[in-house]
Write a protein that binds this ligand. Structure first.
Ligand code: 13P
Length: 248
């Protein structure tokens, strides 16, 4: 009932020309995809990659968006700027932004509301650190991130959640499929309590963290997991397309 969504997060990799070469390599390999396929790319790559994606079934995403409509925010990018190039998705609150760039639940919330108003689909990232998991705080952390980050959202079915345990990002350590399924189940239950159960049942929740061609089938087979947010493995066409084609 929920359509799967596999999204690449290139992070700070690929110049525009490298990005164009990558999507040109990916496109012919994913034409039979049954899931939504998205690449989230560095802002400066967007114009060229947008052009290269024309006529393909790959949608375009950004890695961040500012919460103001416009104004004196040197170095920032607005939702309208993204929309003009056909951007449809935007990653919000990635743990790297929380860790290195002062992102908080409050700024996640502001960005999410702005993106929704602009008609962008936010991919809101949540996840616990290793210390938080080891001290039994996973559920409390996720609850706080969801409650604060999604405050005031009218229709949660218009967004995607990415559960990314921080300890699994870029480390080669994947949460086991059962662990990921259980935690995503908790996220869905919490969305049901904070918003409505019927809506929560419709929200697509991705897993992210060292997901690759080898482990994607098992992860995607879990009932609660509706997709993946892929870092490292999204930078190589054979790896990313293998994940997109997890059901083949
Ligand atoms: P890796 O797939 O490289 O672990 O990164 C996951 C991630 O952070 C996607 O947003």
């Amino acid at each position: 009932m929920r359509k799967a969504i596999i999204a690449g997060n290139w992070k700070m990799n690929n110049t525009a020309s490298e990005g164009v070469a990558l999507v040109k390599a990916i496109a012919p390999l994913v034409t039979e995809a049954t899931c939504d396929v998205v690449v989230c790319v560095p802002a400066i790559d967007i114009p060229a990659v947008s052009e290269a994606l024309k006529g393909t079934n790959i949608r375009l995403g950004a890695e961040n968006v500012h919460f103001a409509e416009k104004g004196a925010y040197t170095g920032e990018i607005s939702a309208a700027m993204l929309k003009e190039y056909g951007v449809e998705y935007v990653i919000i609150g990635h743990s790297e932004r929380r860790q290195y760039f002062g992102e908080t639940d409050e700024t996640v919330n502001k960005r999410t509301l702005t993106a929704l108003t602009a008609g962008l689909t936010p991919i809101v990232c949540v996840g616990e650190t290793l210390e938080e998991r080891e001290t039994g705080k996973t559920e409390a952390v996720l609850h706080r991130q969801l409650e604060e980050g999604l405050k005031g959202v009218e229709d949660i079915t218009k967004l995607v959640i990415a559960y990314e345990p921080v300890w699994a990002i870029g480390t080669g350590k994947t949460a086991t499929a059962a662990q990921a399924n259980e935690t995503i189940g908790y996220i869905r239950k919490t969305l049901g309590e904070l918003f409505c159960e019927k809506c929560a049942a419709k929200v697509r929740i991705q897993y992210g963290g060292s997901m690759n061609a080898g482990n994607c089938k098992e992860l995607m087979a879990q009932e609660e997991i509706d997709g993946g947010l892929i870092g490292g493995a999204s930078l190589k066409a054979p790896d990313f397309s293998a994940i997109v084609n997890y059901d083949k």
